[in-house]
Design a protein around this ligand. Structure first.
Ligand code: ASP
Length: 349
């Protein structure tokens, strides 16, 4: 039998802390050129992986826009057949947004796309980036007789692999910067890498052609409730010209004030065609609008239940679904069902 060729992984560098190293003269951190990756990190040559690098213009991820998501999605599509997996190096600040967006935009994905980064630059001795980088590459290349082990968009950080659209950045300081509060890790890394196969999505049609949904509609707003939010302010936000959807960050299990003027403002906005998705401000747990009067009134006003979705995934999903310009009924259907395992429900065929 022919020995199987080495797995191949495409590394796409977008910027962020992971790509920094101190200038030897000034000590100031500057972006690192990943095309010299083997000179800088010769140990990568020990991986049983053919690695190639695309360097995008490095940016701090606070400057990420949906245009970068489209560029990433197209790069992955254009290189899809040539590689077994993809690793995206990205700043941590908005990584969960970008990774969530890619999970929706890459339709029929059947190969690993793994986002990672670091809290300390890769050129600094105590970096967490080295392990994140090496393990993300190993997981992107991991396969068995049936194909890749993690054929979905995921995020690897500090010994854990998560479904990308379930993650949030939870610490600006800890090495374990990301958490997935409502969905278990897809893999855990210690001496060995343990894949939790029951939690990993497997594509229904692995041979279906990868398609990129690059039309995103960014006319989306996040409104976080707080005691004292004035009706006038709420109405002003809900009436922004051209606005198409709102992620309403509510309290606890999806609760909001029952004051008639509050509910009226939401009901009128929904009646005008604004899509309002109820997402809880809590890190863990889910929206259950039928539980309390404070949630039930939102439900009656036509607000869409976000279940246990994160705000990051809700924003990305709304942009993706709205970008398709579908009839209202179909849009509602897509928003009310999980498309990529982004919340826990029965799913959609
Ligand atoms: N500000 C940086 C960024 O998100 C932080 C990081 O990479 O960790 O690009």
């Amino acid at each position: 039998m022919e020995p199987r060729a080495k797995s191949s992984v495409l590394l796409i560098y977008t910027g962020g802390t992971i790509g920094m190293k101190p200038d030897p003269e000034t000590g100031v951190l500057a972006p690192f050129d990943f095309s010299t990756i083997y000179d800088e990190f010769p140990y990568l040559g020990k991986l049983d992986v053919e690695l190639e690098v695309i360097n995008l213009t490095p940016i701090d991820s606070s400057n990420v826009t949906p245009e970068l998501w489209c560029e990433l999605a197209r790069l992955i599509r254009d290189n899809y057949d040539a590689y077994d997996g993809f690793v995206v190096l990205h700043g941590t600040d908005t990584m969960s947004y970008s990774a969530s967006a890619l999970s929706f935009m890459l339709v029929n994905l059947a190969k690993p796309v793994i986002f990672t980064g670091s809290q300390i630059p890769i050129g600094v001795l105590r970096t967490d980036g080295r392990e994140n980088l090496i393990t993300a590459i190993e997981i992107a290349a991991a396969h068995d007789a049936e194909g890749p082990l993690v054929p979905e968009v995921s995020l690897y950080f500090q010994n854990r692999l998560f479904r990308a659209n379930r993650t949030v950045k939870q610490s600006a300081e800890e090495f374990a910067a990301f958490r997935s509060y409502n969905y278990p890790a897809l893999a855990e890394v210690g001496v060995n890498i343990t894949f939790h196969r029951d939690y990993i999505h497997r594509p229904a049609h692995a041979d279906a052609e990868l398609r990129v949904a690059a039309a995103l509609d960014d006319r989306v707003l996040v409104i976080r409730l707080f005691p004292g939010l004035r009706e006038q302010v709420l109405r002003a936000m809900l009436s922004i010209e051209g606005l198409r959807a709102v992620v309403l960050e509510t309290y606890g299990a999806g609760n909001a004030p029952t004051a008639p003027e509050f509910i009226r403002a939401v009901r009128e906005a929904v009646a005008r065609g604004l899509l309002v998705m109820n997402v809880t401000q809590c890190s863990g747990g889910r929206v259950a609008m039928e539980l309390y009067e404070t949630g039930r009134q939102l439900q009656e006003a036509g607000v869409i239940c976000g279940h246990d979705i994160t705000t990051e995934a809700a924003v990305a999903k709304l942009m993706y679904v709205l970008g398709q310009n579908l009839p209202a009924e179909r849009t509602q259907r897509l928003l009310r069902h999980a498309l990529r395992g982004e919340f826990t429900d029965a799913g959609i065929a």
